[in-house]
Design a protein around this ligand. Structure first.
Ligand code: ATP
Length: 320
């Protein structure tokens, strides 16, 4: 095993009575990374996380966390992982501090160490002011923070968070994302989500799951680059339509174009390059040469959403 790897998953398969939820997946996560497991409902994200966190056995394959086998060395692996499951099962009748202390003791921390660590995570997760409140009386955002504090209390090397921002309002989402980023200074983080902007904002790398298989694993930037030869340029130009059309037709660098009417004398031209180059310098010099008016020249980068849709489409998913 390479020293830099926190997670190594090889040929992992999980079957539930007759249904294959995860089918021979392999991926790895380096220490210090924030990796997003991205996939729509039923893609196999929670199943993968439960296996990684020793909550569930696999049907076949190997999984190592910090070099340890999750199936043979489960107790040791659990000590190194902080896992926040989907629908985090907190004890709603307990008070925040009391609950976190109880969890810390359950995770094997001594009395004094539990007290120290609870104070640290209360502060880290912005819970100090509500530490005496009953969990069931807290808002969903605060309950989510209690779940994060629970995952962090025993100072795990790896934090696994299943859909950490689901059901939160935009402000709560922002603060939970900020917390996740702060955690990654000292720890490795694996989060699952079906929200693409979440991955773009939070993660250094993304593993895309679809129907129990890995479709792609890379940085969001590299995934966008993979789609590179589609980078579209939009230009709004004041010129006779017929001249625009013949100009775009004459240039081999332009694979295809679309001209539409906008307000004033301007036409909106959407231009796709034939070889992946950025068409903006060419468009700018053509516009200057011909003395046309120009009021917009923009490179439209692919979003992760485009990539996701493109990766999935050949496999026949219907659009909804
Ligand atoms: P979601 O975003 O909806 O939580 P997910 O990507 O986390 O989805 P999983 O929960 O891992 O997906 O489920 C993968 C597949 O396995 C789904 O088809 C699901 O119905 C099935 N599945 C999950 N848990 C069980 C179970 N305990 N018994 C039988 N089938 C299950």
């Amino acid at each position: 095993m390479s020293d830099g790897l926190m997670i190594e998953v090889a040929n992992l398969t999980k079957r539930y009575a007759g249904h294959t939820a995860v089918s021979g997946i392999s991926f790895s996560v380096e220490r210090g990374e924030i990796v997003g497991l991205l996939g729509s409902n039923g893609a196999g994200k929670s199943t993968t996380m439960r296996i990684l966190s020793c909550y569930m056995p696999a049907t076949s394959g190997t999984v190592r966390v910090a070099g340890l086998d999750v199936f043979k060395e489960a107790d040791e692996v659990r000590r190194r992982i902080g896992y926040m499951p989907e629908n985090n099962p907190l004890h709603p009748e307990m008070r925040v501090r009391e609950y976190l202390k109880f969890r810390a003791r359950l995770k094997g921390l001594g009395w004094r160490r539990s007290r120290e660590r609870v104070d640290v995570v209360l502060e880290q997760c912005g819970l100090t002011d509500v530490s005496r409140k009953i969990i069931g009386h807290l808002s969903k955002g605060y309950r989510q923070r209690v779940g994060l504090a629970d995952a962090l209390v025993h100072e795990p090397e790896l934090i696994i968070l299943d859909e950490p921002t689901i059901g939160l309002d935009p402000l709560q989402i922002r603060s939970v994302r900020q917390l996740i980023k702060e955690m990654s200074r000292n720890q490795t983080v694996l989060i699952s989500t079906h929200i693409l902007p979440e991955v773009e904002m939070t993660c250094n790398r993304v593993v895309i799951l679809y129907e129990g298989k890995v479709l792609a694993a890379d940085t969001p930037d590299n995934l966008r680059r993979l789609m590179g030869n589609g980078s579209l340029v939009v230009a709004e130009i004041a010129a006779p339509r017929i001249e625009l059309q013949s100009c775009w037709e004459q240039h081999g660098e332009i694979d295809h174009f679309d001209i539409s009417v906008t307000e004033g004398d301007y036409y909106r031209c959407a231009l796709t390059p034939s070889n992946g180059t950025d068409l903006r310098p060419l468009i700018y010099s053509l516009v200057r040469e011909r003395g046309w008016g120009l009021r917009e020249l923009t490179l439209k980068q692919h979003s992760l959403e485009d990539i996701y849709v493109q990766l999935i489409r050949p496999r026949g998913e219907e659009e909804n």
